[in-house]
Design a protein around this ligand. Structure first.
Ligand code: MG
Length: 273
């Protein structure tokens, strides 16, 4: 029975045309690129597959990632990057057109939202939008609390509690900032990034693929793996980041595939073609 399941999984993975790759903890940590990570991109390309670097990190703009990935040695063009910030911009454009938005987020996040036509307000607004704000200022929290108490919609880019850093350090991420706002107002946000399936749905539609032809690769169960499961895509969990074998074992719904790192995924795709 187990062998049969493994065989099915291999077939499912081989049938994938588009790979959505998490970055932090999956392809690199800080400036340390993991072995096999760059080769994986080339192998995907050589075997006729496409890839998109998919990140929940909403502190940087999509264009920042292109520069960063290229500097680290990864092949990357504009079409290869999709961030929770970009997805949030699209969401606001579609769901709250013309509405002013009170933003808690970095300069890069604001600029990203503005590129989707979002108009940012410094006070009273019908929408509050929160990102991973590494430049957090109290005045913005004050504005967000005021708006939320007045019934504003509460949108957030990504639910991550922390962002992993080298040497075991973490930074408080968007989920933690939202927890502060929830404590102050009793309101809970709608999160647009992983595990919200809309990121996968959007890319599937854009590329003319079925969700089952998409594979999500990542190191975090509640975002990278959950988004694949929510969207009916294939999931690969790598143990090079925050998830341990014990954490996988404790999961009721397991990832389709669990590998030590992207190196094994690269070897496996190269072998199978
Ligand atoms: Mg990660």
């Amino acid at each position: 029975m187990k062998r049969e399941t493994e065989y099915e999984n291999r077939q499912r993975l081989l049938g994938c045309k588009l790979f959505l790759l998490d970055m932090d903890g999956t392809l690199y940590l800080g400036d340390e690129v993991f072995p096999g990570a760059i080769e994986l991109m080339h192998t995907l390309e050589k075997t006729g597959r496409h890839y998109i670097y998919l990140t929940n990190n909403s502190s940087r703009a999509g264009s920042d990632y292109i520069v960063r990935l290229q500097r680290l040695g990864f092949p990357c063009e504009e079409e290869n990057v999709f961030t929770a910030g970009m997805a949030t911009g699209l969401y606001l454009q579609q769901q709250h057109p013309g509405e002013k938005v009170c933003v808690v987020g970095t300069k890069a996040f604001r600029k990203e939202l503005e590129s989707y036509g979002v108009e940012i307000a410094e006070s009273k607004a019908p929408v509050v939008c929160v990102g991973f704000d590494t430049e957090l200022v109290y005045r913005e929290l004050e504005c967000a609390v005021d708006c939320l108490r007045n019934g504003a919609s509460f949108i957030a880019a990504n639910p991550d509690w922390v962002c992993p850093m080298p040497a075991g350090k973490v930074l408080p991420d968007c989920g933690s900032i939202c927890a502060l706002l929830t404590a102050a107002t009793g309101k809970k946000p709608v999160y647009i990034g992983k595990p919200n399936r809309s990121m996968v749905d959007l890319l599937a539609e854009q590329r003319g693929l079925r969700n089952q032809q998409i594979c999500c690769v990542g190191d975090r169960l509640y975002t990278d793996i959950a988004v694949a499961q929510n969207a009916g895509a294939v999931s690969v969990c790598v143990l090079s980041g925050e998830t341990t074998r014990e954490m996988v074992d404790a999961q009721e719904r397991k990832p389709d595939y669990v590998l030590p790192s992207v190196r094994e995924l690269e070897e496996w795709i190269r072998d199978m073609g």
